[in-house]
Write a protein that binds this ligand. Structure first.
Ligand code: PMP
Length: 296
């Protein structure tokens, strides 16, 4: 069952700057640089059966995201991995979503923040299907957002930086207000890019096409699903995809640590079937994350 309580009012433990603190006490000052200037990076990862899938890759990306924003997280990848495991255990969870977040603190106000300390927190909570169960069965419905993924020379697009999600929230809100599940975002060139929190894949004539991640995250799930598809002998082409092509694709799906692999039923006026290839890859992904995959 989904916990309907607000996120500041729950039981459990949050790892904060080296120790586990009671959930409700994991707070910081209002004059925190991250709150004013978005100097924050985060991860989203899922635990299955008590183990975080590709944990070290997520911890590495977290540190790298911070480096791109010009700060160093004062914990090593190994220490972050250990802290994630400790947090999962302390909360007695096996299957859960986990959110590590690192940010610049409150020592300095103004755009510059050389003297601020760096903080790290890790929270974990149960989280079911990201787009809801209906989307998994029937496919998610996406609108096309007017917000575009920025060019790499306009924003640090390789970083999973909180600031990059400002336009994602705008796009997501508009889509939900209009009755859609999510929004498809194009990039600054007008090419098809991704959802507001997940990468996009298309299928035509038995071949998978996915946009080259040159101005948005090359998701860990994306990389996993590409490997799984190639293992099945499916050709995967990474290339620039233009909106005119959407009409010709037969199937579409989204991938992300939270979204896992979710079929898509429509993008704006274009419809897709929830087809066998998409469902087969979804099964492969779930088998893999649940460690049920045989080595054969
Ligand atoms: N794009 C965006 C904007 C995201 O927020 C996410 C989720 N982290 C992804 C793509 C997929 O990344 P991953 O598979 O590593 O979770």
């Amino acid at each position: 069952m989904t916990d309907t309580r607000t996120f500041d009012d729950r039981d459990g433990w949050i790892w904060l700057d080296g120790k586990l603190v009671p959930w409700r006490e994991a707070s910081f000052h209002v004059l925190t640089h991250a709150l004013h200037y978005a100097s924050s990076v985060f991860e989203g990862q899922r635990a299955y059966g008590g183990e975080v899938f590709r944990l070290t890759d997520h911890s590495k990306r977290l540190r790298r995201s911070a480096e791109i924003l010009g700060f160093e997280i004062p914990w090593s990848v190994e220490q972050i991995d250990a802290a994630c495991r400790e947090t999962l255990k302390a909360n007695n969870l096996e299957d859960a979503y986990m959110r590590p977040v690192a940010w610049r603190g409150s020592e300095q106000m103004g755009v510059a923040a050389h003297n601020s300390t760096i903080h790290l927190a890790i929270a974990v909570w149960p989280w079911g299907a990201y787009f809801g169960e209906d989307a998994i069965r029937k496919g998610a419905r996406l609108m096309i957002s007017k917000w575009r993924r920025p060019a790499p020379y306009t924003a640090p697009t390789d970083s999973k930086a909180a600031g990059l999600y400002m336009i994602c929230t705008l796009a997501k809100h508009e889509s939900q207000d209009k009755g859609y599940d999510d929004a498809m975002m194009f990039d600054w060139r007008g090419q098809v890019a991704e959802g507001t929190g997940a990468n996009a894949f298309f299928i035509k004539d038995g071949v998978i096409h996915t946009p080259t991640p040159d101005c948005f995250l090359n998701g860990i799930t994306r990389q996993t699903v590409i490997e799984l598809a190639r293992k099945r002998g499916i050709e995967v082409v990474e290339r620039a995809i233009w909106p005119e092509e959407l009409e010709g694709f037969e199937q579409m799906f989204l991938t992300g640590s939270a979204a896992e692999l979710t079929p898509v039923a429509s993008v704006g006026p274009w419809n897709f079937e929830v087809g066998e290839m998409t469902l087969g890859l979804r099964r492969d992904y779930l088998d893999l994350v649940n460690r049920r995959l045989s080595n054969a």
